[in-house]
Design a protein around this ligand. Structure first.
Ligand SMILES: CC(C)(COP(=O)(O)OP(=O)(O)OC[C@H]1O[C@@H](n2cnc3c(N)ncnc32)[C@H](O)[C@@H]1OP(=O)(O)O)[C@@H](O)C(=O)NCCC(=O)NCCS
Length: 159
């Protein structure tokens, strides 16, 4: 990676940009649900981590994970289109997985849009398995694929 990447917890001043990135990069074609107010609520929640990635002070990615007693759920993850395939998404997810492990939480789940082939491959590469297809999950407009990973199981390396 050419430029230094910094990962840190989001503050309320990041909520607006995270919301805008969510609308553009994740919720395109769907009603906008992760707006600034909703992201700000996640930043305030004690059971949720909102992590951001900065390059040269610019916010280039974020991830939101909620922690339950025995599991964690990845709500959102996105990387700026100009900064992809440089390991930013991997770093964000691995940071959150490490937090989960430290908390003794090993089961992670997420949903991804069925049409989002790039993200599905990304998650598979990071050790996630597609376990369920949920029709109409996204406002009746698109199917979701639920993916899970048991962090105690080693990731199979693919070429
Ligand atoms: C999915 C996403 C977060 C990946 O972020 P990223 O920073 O580009 O991912 P990484 O560089 O860490 O990729 C790690 C590995 O995953 C795989 N991968 C990532 N994106 C891929 C794609 N579009 N197609 C195929 N494989 C992909 C590759 O194996 C990659 O390793 P490599 O680049 O050495 O081959 C990013 O594409 C994104 O923000 N997409 C739009 C939002 C989104 O779909 N979010 C997920 C659903 S909420």
């Amino acid at each position: 990676m050419a430029q230094a990447l910094e990962l840190k917890l989001a503050t309320l001043s990041d909520a607006c940009q995270i919301g805008l990135m969510s609308r553009e990069l994740i919720e395109y074609g769907l009603p906008w649900s992760w707006d600034e107010a909703r992201v700000a609520r996640q930043i305030r929640r004690p059971d949720t981590t909102v992590l951001i990635a900065r390059m040269e002070a610019r916010l280039v990615g974020f991830a939101i994970m909620r922690f339950f007693d025995d599991s964690a759920h990845l709500n959102l993850l996105a990387v700026d289109a100009g900064c992809r395939r440089q390991g930013v998404g991997r770093r964000l997810l691995e940071w959150l997985e490490k937090s989960a492990r430290v908390a003794g939480t090993f089961f992670v789940s997420l949903e991804v849009r069925a049409s989002n082939q790039g993200a599905r491959v990304f998650y598979q590469q990071l050790g996630y398995t597609e376990i369920l297809s949920i029709p109409n999950y996204y406002c009746g407009l698109e199917t979701a694929i639920r993916m899970t990973r048991d962090l105690r199981r080693r990731r199979l390396l693919t070429p």
